[in-house]
Design a protein around this ligand. Structure first.
Ligand code: ADP
Length: 708
């Protein structure tokens, strides 16, 4: 039933097919068996009737038979002779239900019974038959077919099987009693009961049905097994195909058959193996390309030549293979490759390694080559002769057709990747570009350093006479010895203002050049941001415009301790607050907030001034940048303040940023790492244990001081 409900599989279909063929065969075989059996049983019955009739006719004496013509002859000797013979025959064969002889009797020559051995009741004693059932001369029973009598008269044995009436089923046979001159003088008629035959045929029917049912069961089992046998490899194949489609390329099928299915399985396994190996190759290539990309990006991400070479030596080994690898480059003022790094097991002293670029160029030109041991010296790599590898995969690092260094992977030939030369060439190109950039960067840095040095010296030289000028002007204004007209006073005030602006500008330029040269001095010490902000508030009213603006500070009650240079952080605060006041509208408000976060403190200086346009927001921390509007021009300024703030905050490993929208005021934030084990919380400022603070931060301080 379930076969009809669920979708049919190949196995189901084969099973149905096998079952149908098997059942048809079974039906045919059963029918044949039954019919043959039945025919054979019938033949046997008829044959035994015929043979009984023949035996009987042979037992009867012709003379005896001839002498019996009237009913009175039943007492005669011949009659008893015949009865005796036929009685013995009848007793020997219990299936005989009727046995009689007939012969032409009387003037008309009509056939009449001569000896009748009685009906179905068995004959035990011949004496019981005296007189017989029918008197001599009686007509033969109407049930005896005339065709049989005719055949018997013609001298042949004949028989019929009559099963029309099951209660009287019988086989009848006649056998002639032949005279020596030929021709039948009488016939023996034997009627055998076919009841046994019917029983046997019924039994045969049951046996056939039983054989059919057993055959049916066997054929169900056999069809199941046969369909499984055929479909199992196909199911396995389908399962394996499914696995492969899910990405499991290791799926294989077991080879059960030595036929087309087996061949299909083998072909599938071969295909899966090829697929797996090409996937493995593909994965390897992808990994290599990823490594190439990753290492290439790492190389490009640094401008420090030694670090770059270190990454390159690891990269060339990872990409191309080999026991160990080296990356060498010329320093900015060198004429040969002297800066070497190595990747591989163990350590090696690379001091004194010196490869003339001319030799590298002679042997390699611009190409990557696999050098045999005997070529090492010619390429200037004789130091590699002490190493184990027999081959060196050498890729020159070239910038603008000039060799600046070399990448070398060293090992036995089989240790290198088959695509080693092209991979090394690709990688060397990336490293070459990075080495070129590093050289340019080094040159730019050298120029920048000398510029900063120059600015530093020049500013210093300019500041001294400016300070002298400022002091002189101060004396001129404050000394009672000198009398001035109002115009003269005005002129001196102009001079004072200009000198102050110049001093500020020089100081800012000096700071910027120190920041850029990385020589800004920072004296780290535990510092309370609250104190610095409070100090700032103290001098705010003295700032230009400071009187008309309300300044509010929102500070936590606990001191916000950071490790910082108080003078420099003051400088940042002053700059941000003075900018906020400078760009506020009259009557505006400036707020200074100090917020505590998990790892840092954040200071926010906000105003309600003109705000900054989004396109300028990203540029205000650059050098000499000022928003191009009339309000900014009115305020003067150098455009260096925020650049200095950024430099100072970053030198403290902090962050500085701004948020603003035109007309909506500005918010300037900077954050500094908080001193995590500072015993803040509910303690007052005076209770801070500076010693414990210092010890906890000694390492950080030492590292950060290097910046100053
Ligand atoms: P300076 O103030 O000397 O011009 P800064 O580097 O301090 O130089 O500021 C750069 C520019 O950023 C200023 O010229 C101004 O245009 C803009 N700016 C700075 N602070 C604010 C502020 N609070 N509101 C509006 N604009 C500001």
């Amino acid at each position: 039933m379930h076969l009809l409900q669920r979708p049919r599989t190949l196995k189901d279909e084969l099973q149905i097919l096998f079952l149908a063929v098997g059942s048809a065969f079974l039906v045919l075989a059963t029918v044949l068996l039954y019919q043959n059996g039945q025919a054979s049983l019938r033949r046997q019955l008829v044959a035994s009737a015929s043979s009984a009739a023949e035996t009987a006719s042979a037992l009867i004496s012709l003379e005896d038979h001839r002498s019996l013509r009237t009913p009175a002859d039943v007492t005669s000797r011949p009659f008893r002779n015949i009865v005796q013979s036929l009685g013995a025959l009848r007793r020997a064969n219990p299936d005989i239900v009727h046995l009689f002889t007939i012969a032409p009797i009387g003037e008309l020559g009509a056939w009449g019974i001569v000896v009748d051995m009685g009906g179905s009741a068995p004959v035990r004693e011949e004496a019981n038959l005296v007189g017989g059932r029918l008197p001599i001369g009686s007509r033969p029973p109407a049930s005896l077919p005339a065709s049989l009598i005719r055949a018997g008269m013609a001298g042949t044995t004949a028989d019929i099987l009559d099963l029309t009436n099951p209660s009287r089923a019988r086989a009848v046979a006649v056998s002639p009693i032949v005279s020596p001159r030929g021709g039948a003088v009488g016939l023996v008629v034997v009627e055998l009961s076919a009841a046994g035959l019917i029983e046997e045929v019924r039994l045969l029917w049951y046996v056939s049905i039983a054989i059919f049912l057993v055959g049916l069961v066997v054929s169900v089992v056999a069809s199941n097994m046969a369909s499984r046998w055929v479909t199992r490899p196909i199911e396995e194949l389908l399962g394996a195909v499914d696995e492969i489609s899910k990405g499991n390329l290791r799926a294989r099928v077991a080879s059960h058959h030595r036929n087309e299915l087996g061949a299909l399985g083998d072909a599938f396994n071969l295909m899966a193996k090829n697929l797996e190996s090409s996937k493995t190759k593909n994965d390897e290539q992808q990994n290599l390309l990823r490594e190439l990309h990753r290492t290439g990006s790492q190389v490009a991400a640094t401008l420090e030549l030694p670090r770059m070479l270190e990454i390159a030596s690891r990269g060339i080994r990872a990409i191309c293979g080999g026991e160990e690898a080296f990356a060498g480059a010329m320093g900015p003022r060198d004429k040969s490759v002297r800066l070497w790094t190595r990747s591989g097991p163990g350590t090696l002293d690379l001091d004194g390694w010196d490869t003339p670029v001319t030799l590298l160029e002679e042997v390699l030109g611009g190409e990557t080559r696999l050098l045999a041991r005997k070529e090492f010296a010619a390429a200037g790599l004789s130091m590699l002769l002490d190493r184990k590898g027999d081959y060196a995969l050498a890729a020159p690092l070239r910038v603008s057709d000039q060799t600046l260094g070399v990448l070398v992977a060293l090992g036995s030939r089989k240790e290198f990747h088959p695509e080693g030369i092209s991979l090394a060439t690709l990688f060397a190109r990336q490293v070459s570009a990075a080495v070129g950039n590093a050289r340019v960067f080094e040159q730019v840095r050298a120029v920048d350093r000398s510029k900063s040095e120059f600015l530093s010296i020049a500013s210093h030289e300019v500041r001294t006479p400016l300070t002298v000028m400022k002091s002189s002007l101060d004396i001129l204004v404050s000394s009672p010895k000198f009398e001035y007209t109002a115009d003269q006073r005005q002129l001196i005030a102009f001079c004072q203002e200009s000198v102050e602006r110049l001093i500020r500008l020089v100081k800012d330029i000096l700071d910027v050049s120190k920041i850029e040269a990385g020589v800004l001095s920072i004296q780290f010490q535990p510092t309370s941001l609250n104190d610095l902000i409070e100090k700032c508030l103290f001098w705010v009213p003295q700032l230009p415009g400071g009187q008309g603006i309300e300044v509010e500070a929102r500070l936590p009650s606990e001191p916000a301790m950071v490790l910082a240079d108080p003078q420099r952080i003051m400088q940042v605060l002053e700059n941000l607050i003075s900018n906020a006041i400078k760009f506020s509208k009259p009557g505006g408000k400036v707020t200074i907030e100090l917020c505590e976060h998990e790892k840092e403190y954040e200071v926010i200086v906000s105003d309600q001034g003109k705000g900054i346009a989004p396109e300028d927001l990203g540029r205000i921390f650059g050098k000499f940048f000022q928003v191009a509007d009339s309000a900014t021009r009115e305020q003067g300024g150098t455009g260096l303040g925020l650049a200095i703030c950024k430099g100072i905050v970053e030198a403290h490993h902090g962050k500085i940023w701004a948020e603003s929208a035109l007309g909506d005021g500005s918010r300037f934030h900077f954050s500094l790492a908080r001193v995590l084990d500072t015993p803040i919380g509910d303690r007052a400022v005076g209770e801070i244990k500076v010693d414990s603070l210092l010890s906890a931060l000694r390492t950080a301080s030492a590292r950060a001081s290097r910046i100053g």
